[in-house]
Design a protein around this ligand. Structure first.
Ligand code: C5P
Length: 218
């Protein structure tokens, strides 16, 4: 059980979370949901009544909160100052503001440092996000970039959230645009990442393919 980092990046609705958690559980590895960390900071920003567009105030909130997250793929409780926020960080308010908060360089610097520290102590870990292969863990043993058609991604997300598909599609497109065009660590496909399109592939097939790749790489 040596060190092994699997970096899973891709846009929302590409199947990242389900694939990453299943892969981690199957490998008996840890799991880190970095999106949940950006969401938790966003929750704290909204709770403080701070404008998500006010980068300086947002950075201040991020620096002051006590943010904790577990690494068990079966359940990784997220807390902010002792308050469990797992449900709230998936709500529309946080989802609507998270890309603005995640674009603040000071917020990224803080969270990337935390993520690297957790990875160093984890041994085997699957880490999902937008900048894992490019920024957080460029040394990862396996880098995966998951994609899917816009229609498939919107369908999955609206099913998860029991939301209207057209509204979900518009929200996904807006977040993808913000996440891909920001200056600080944008969503990027690393040149050395294995690209898997999950539009037609089932979750089990994707997980099986990743396990094959890991075995091939020893
Ligand atoms: O993956 P999830 O949809 O939970 O991520 C929420 C948001 O957090 C993304 O839309 C993006 O703005 C931000 N994020 C990021 N970098 C990461 C993970 C998430 O900027 N590594």
């Amino acid at each position: 059980t040596g060190r092994c980092v699997v970096a899973v990046d891709g846009p929302s609705g590409s199947g990242k979370s389900t694939v990453s958690r299943r892969l981690a559980a199957g490998l008996d590895a840890r799991y880190l949901d970095t999106g949940a960390m950006y969401r938790a900071v966003t929750w704290a920003v909204l709770r403080s009544g701070v404008d998500p567009a006010d980068a300086e105030a947002v950075a201040k909130v991020a620096g002051e909160i006590d943010l904790r997250i577990g690494t068990d793929p079966q359940g990784y409780g997220v807390t902010v100052d002792g308050v469990a926020v797992d449900a709230d960080i998936r709500g529309p308010e946080v989802t609507g503001a998270v890309s603005a908060v995640a674009a603040v360089p000071a917020v990224r610097a803080l969270l990337v440092a935390r993520q690297r520290e957790m990875i160093t102590h984890a041994g085997r870990i699957v880490v999902e996000g937008r900048d894992i292969g490019s920024v957080v863990a460029p040394e990862a043993e396996l880098k995966v970039y998951l994609t899917a058609s816009e229609v498939a991604r919107a369908r999955r997300r609206s099913a998860e959230d029991a939301a209207d598909e057209a509204a979900t599609a518009a929200d996904l497109a807006r977040r993808d645009r913000l996440d891909s065009t920001r200056t600080a660590d944008p969503l990027q496909q690393s040149a050395d990442a294995v690209v898997l399109d999950t539009t037609e592939l089932g979750i089990d097939e994707v997980v099986a393919r990743l396990r094959e790749l890991l075995t091939e790489r020893g």
